[in-house]
Design a protein around this ligand. Sequence first.
Ligand code: SF4
Ligand code: MG
Length: 321
Amino acid sequence: TETLLKVENLKKYFPIKKGIAVQRYVGDLKAVDGVSFEIRRGETLGLVGESGCGKSTIGRVILRLLEPSKGKVIFEGKVLNELSHEEMRQMRSQMQMIFQDSYASLNPRMRVGDIIAEPILIQGVSSRAEREKRVCKILDVVGLSPYHGARYPHEFSGGQRQRIGIARALALNPKLIICDEPVSALDLSIQAQLINLLEDLQKEYHLTYLFIAHDLSVVKHISDRVAVMYLGKIAELANSEELYKNPQHPYTIALLSAIPVPDPTVKKDRIILKGDVPSPVNPPSGCRFHTRCPKVQSICKEQDPNFRDIGNDHFVACHLV
Ligand code: SF4
Ligand code: MG
């Protein structure tokens, strides 16, 4: 399969300043610290990790809402970080984002129809009738009605607002949609409906998704491959079936142990990780997971394990594997 987007040794550091009268630089928050992966055309890549692990930052750097500190984002062979503003503006229509908080991401003073029409207008569709036709079509595609276009975001439920966010993302016929925890705030039944909708849209419009979540159970059914992140790095990446059946990294194994199994005769022991996630300002030496790893060895404190291909399209960063 063909690569749509590639991320190469991506780093995003945020400088931290302290002091009241005089601000002084005290270090960097290493949100993303050397991450490489590809997203293949037509697939859904799940990106999973606890809050603060850097997964949303990766989404924002890909869309160039944030500039990377180091590394590259390559979309269809073009290095995005080298494009001019004008080139990037054209590129942006091909990459859209759906946010977790639909309330904050939809302008409360705009009618839904105008929210969806705005990107179409910016891309140069000047005929009002043509824009209205497209808006009606998109509302229908996401399971809303044309008359919803005349209403305001607060008149909708959380699940419906997420449909509006999806409609806005679809308005420009994007190739890639970054879904940043789009269902995390919703009830389970609504989550399932939206995930089904995203899957249908993917088939119909040949979309590629980067699906960000904090929980492995959410991405299980929608993802073709899954990457597990811990403290700014990817610990493990494999196709979904392989990852859920044959996890190799102790962190993935611990996360999977927390997912309840539907079959009550299968006994599963939950692995409770000790301690909290360390600060991304001063990440642990060697393997970043060593302060919490149930399998830690002495080498783990000194050497950062390489992210290695162990065959069968499966990558792991662990000295024991
Ligand atoms: Fe655990 Fe060591 Fe593997 Fe890190 S490298 S996950 S500390 S066993
Ligand atoms: Mg987030």
